[in-house]
Design a protein around this ligand. Structure first.
Ligand SMILES: Cc1cc2nc3c(=O)[nH]c(=O)nc-3n(C[C@H](O)[C@H](O)[C@H](O)COP(=O)(O)OP(=O)(O)OC[C@H]3O[C@@H](n4cnc5c(N)ncnc54)[C@H](O)[C@@H]3O)c2cc1C
Length: 487
């Protein structure tokens, strides 16, 4: 029988500084390259900067296809939630660049009063040759507003997702038309070639996600072995592959699951709850959160499943050899269970501490399995439940007292903490961990939502993202300015 592949040698994605350099080089690159061969054209410094801003904005929007969270090269090390955080922030940065593009065109030496600028703006809006640029700008605003306020709320998640993708494609096509028909900048062969290159990268990423991946997801040969309810809100799904040599993963990673022969437009991310040694079986713990997750418990054995992955960096690779603290809230126990099972399966004897919270004792569906797996290990756990029901769980949510109890005999500076759960729980747990002396750099997170947290680690990451976007602005405008001054 063919053996499962080892995940050990798998390429795990580029480090954050390398990604930042590539992003800045690609988004500011067209302006930079254009400057080598004569420089972007413009009759005044303002119009030259405006053109440079427009091209950088388009490059940034094109790069949004690449940072959409589906590429392990990008999210493998920094994580899906951070990739999505960057994707959202870069969209706002790109829209800001469009704003700069428009505003700079409104400036003219000697006639920069508000009325003159407003009437110039109106003229731009009404000029037929700028129509595609105007529509692209409106689409960018709609994309960002609907992404922030309507995802999974006003619109069903899948509907929003299809609409978001379609609008993004329309935006960049209109933007490219605007750039190649209007912008004198595009007359520069190197700058134009660089922009076309980024457009090709965006197109290739679309093809990979929507053509190659759907085919590949079914090549991994997974079908449903069993599906059952473990509690009123949690189901267990077990899949088995007949081609285990095509799939490998590290404990704690997740996959995008598609039910039946549907297109991967309908796929959803779920963490693998089993250990690599359990292959050719994969197990998932799934909370009923909507249409797809709610239908899992009734899947018939034999149903084909698309499995795209593995993805994610919530893995023991991040932990070195030191002690491990696991903090799980609700269904966040799924990837934590995978880590525990992998530690047990490899007889890894380092100290492991766990705090798991759930609404009720019945929702601690993995408790017995975890306690059995960790028997004989240096392991301590606190199981918390919101409801007091005499079940052997402590009542309440994780606080400093709980954390100090489980960390008391450990060198906190050496601990790596894995945190997964609902946003509020993660925010509070990360704050408590840092207060308890666990270094922020030793906290590994898996977010099941893409809304971005407001904890101390997320704030540090967000500041870094803002610096990357600021670098794009700085590099683009500085290069254009130098080009203007030396002419
Ligand atoms: C990395 C990761 C790992 C996850 N692992 C697990 C797990 O092990 N067990 C578990 O129960 N849940 C997990 N989730 C959450 C799970 O993906 C959503 O609950 C599920 O997609 C809901 O889909 P639905 O069709 O049932 O609900 P819908 O009604 O379509 O959506 C309900 C809500 O779920 C979220 N959601 C829906 N589709 C997606 C999507 N494609 N991507 C991201 N979020 C989405 C949105 O917030 C949405 O508002 C994970 C999420 C992520 C990002």
């Amino acid at each position: 029988m063919p053996q499962p592949r080892s995940a050990g040698d798998r390429f795990i994605g580029l480090p954050a500084p390398v990604l930042a350099v590539i992003y800045v080089a690609l988004t500011a690159g067209p302006v930079l390259l254009a400057s080598f061969t004569g420089g972007p054209r413009g009759s005044t410094v303002f119009s030259l900067l405006a053109r440079a801003g427009g091209v950088a904005a388009l490059s940034m929007f094109l790069m949004q296809f690449v940072t959409s969270g589906r590429f392990e090269t990008i999210s493998g090390r920094i994580g899906l939630d951070r990739t999505m955080g960057f994707h959202r922030l870069a969209a706002v940065g790109a829209l800001g660049m469009v704003g700069l593009h428009v505003i700079l065109f409104l400036f003219r030496a000697g006639e920069s009063g508000v009325t003159a600028m407003a009437s110039r703006l109106l003229t731009y809006f009404l000029r037929p040759d700028l129509l595609t640029g105007v529509i692209a700008t409106l689409l960018a605003v709609i994309l960002i507003v609907t992404g922030k306020y309507m995802r999974g709320r006003v619109l069903p998640y899948q509907g929003w997702r299809v609409g978001h993708g379609a609008m993004a494609v329309a935006l960049v096509l209109l933007g490219l038309h605007h750039a190649f028909t209007n912008a004198r900048f595009m007359a520069d062969p190197l700058g134009a070639a660089a922009l076309l290159f980024i457009a090709l990268v965006a197109l290739a990423s679309l093809l990979v996600v929507y053509v190659f991946r759907p085919v590949h997801a079914f090549r991994s040969g997974f079908t449903v072995t069993s599906a059952r309810s473990l509690s009123p809100s949690i189901a267990e799904l077990v899949l088995t592959t007949d081609t285990p040599e095509r799939f490998s993963f590290a404990a704690g990673q997740f996959v995008w699951l598609t039910i039946g022969r549907r297109h991967t437009f309908t796929d959803n991310p779920f963490s693998i709850a089993s250990a690599p040694s359990d292959l050719p079986q994969l197990r998932f713990l799934i909370r009923n959160a909507g249409d797809m997750s709610g239908s899992v418990s009734s899947l018939a054995p034999g149903t084909r499943m698309g499995v795209d992955g593995p993805h994610g960096s919530f893995t023991l690779r991040e932990a070195g050899n030191g002690p491990i603290a696991l903090l799980a809230g609700g269904i966040g126990i799924a990837p934590v269970l995978s880590l525990v099972r992998a530690l047990a399966a490899t007889d890894d004897r380092r100290p492991v501490r766990l705090i798991a919270g759930a609404r009720s004792a019945a929702d601690h569906v993995a408790r017995k399995e975890i306690e059995d797996a960790m028997a004989g290990h240096d392991f301590r756990a606190i199981f918390l439940a919101d409801m007091d029901d005499d079940s052997g769980c402590e009542k309440g949510t994780c606080d400093a007292g709980h954390l100090n109890r489980i960390l008391e005999d450990l060198d906190r500076g050496a601990v790596t903490a894995f945190v997964c759960g609902p946003p509020a729980m993660m925010e509070s747990a990360i704050g408590l961990l840092v207060q308890a002396g666990v270094p922020a750099a030793h906290i590994v997170m898996e977010r099941f939502d893409f809304d971005g947290g407001n904890d101390v680690v997320c704030r540090i990451v967000r500041r870094r993202f803002i610096s990357v976007i600021a670098l794009v602005y700085g590099a683009t405008l500085a290069v254009a300015l130098v080009a203007a001054l030396i002419r």
